[in-house]
Design a protein around this ligand. Structure first.
Ligand code: TA6
Length: 287
């Protein structure tokens, strides 16, 4: 996405503007180190492009940007659970309106903070008082951190994922490595070589991945290093032909240029007592 083309609705600082993209409000960063954009709907990173390099984040050309449905592409914030642990799938954070909390900047980069707190609507889905903060740190790398705080007086159990869609040249030439010796697919645990390529649908939860996993993208002549913390798994997903053709918000062949590498707590295993917090993060560096 060319974030520089989006029409500006407000100027917040030298490097931060608000702009509009169809039905969603976007916080845009244009800094000498990189450009980036994050939607208030879903606290969803839409773009990160280090200066002089290619776009790092994949966005579906058919993504629904009306602000009523989770956005396809970018970095969906799956929270307070991952997958189909409950309804809605991947939690409600990605289809909630977040608030701009703070922005800070210097010559090294920009930090944007968005927050979400419980409402009658969220408590009807999940009966907990919480504060979630999404930090987007933009420099020549992108760091996204999700800080979950239990603001109630009863314990709460959370999972989630920073469900990053990476922009790649050709999935059939791409490999992901440093994934560890085991993954779960379709509910079954399987041994792993620690690497994967793509010649069919891949939807795997790697439970012993290294802190940094590597994505080799020969077509774009680059390597992406993805460093995850606060997670207990790295999820790797490519929908391949049939599934992407069946999804209304993906073009039939668009699976060819994306792969998801996700920093995840796949099983809702983080228990937060009253007042406690947990940080899940992912750091993406283009080499
Ligand atoms: O992270 C992988 C996954 O859970 C897959 O099973 C796949 O369905 C994908 O996320 C996308 O989910 P969504 O709800 O956005 O269609």
């Amino acid at each position: 996405m060319d974030v520089k083309q989006l029409p500006t609705t407000a100027v917040l600082s030298d490097y931060v503007t608000i702009c509009e993209l169809d039905g969603i409000k976007v916080v845009r960063v244009i800094h000498p180190k990189a450009t980036a954009a994050i939607s208030l709907f879903g606290a969803h990173v839409l773009s990160f492009q280090p200066s002089g390099k290619k776009e790092t984040i994949w966005m579906s050309e058919k993504a629904d940007l009306s602000g009523t449905k989770a956005i396809r592409g970018g970095i969906p914030v799956c929270w307070p659970w991952f997958g189909k642990a409950a309804e809605p799938s991947h939690g409600f954070a990605r289809s909630s309106e977040w608030a701009l909390n703070e922005h800070r900047e210097n010559e090294e980069g920009v930090i944007i903070s968005l927050t979400l707190t419980d409402t009658a609507e969220t408590r009807a889905i999940w009966p907990h008082a919480f504060r979630a903060e999404l930090l987007m740190e933009v420099t020549d790398t992108l760091k996204v951190s999700l800080i979950s705080t239990n603001t109630g007086d009863a314990p709460m159990q959370i999972g989630g994922a920073l469900h990053t869609y990476l922009n790649i040249g050709d999935v059939t030439e791409t490999t992901v490595s440093q994934l560890g010796n085991e993954y779960i697919e379709g509910g079954i645990r399987k041994p792993s070589s620690g690497n994967t390529g793509f010649d069919q649908e891949v939807d795997r939860i790697y439970t012993h991945a290294n802190e940094t996993v590597m994505v080799e993208d020969p077509r774009f002549q680059r390597r992406l290093a993805v460093t995850n913390q606060g997670n207990n798994a790295v999820v790797v997903w490519n929908p391949w032909k049939a599934l992407s053709a069946s999804m209304g918000d993906m073009a039939d062949d668009s699976y060819e240029t994306m792969v998801c590498v996700e920093s995840a707590v796949y099983d809702r295993s983080v228990k937060l007592e009253a007042g406690e917090n947990h940080t899940l993060s992912t750091l993406i560096s283009s080499q």
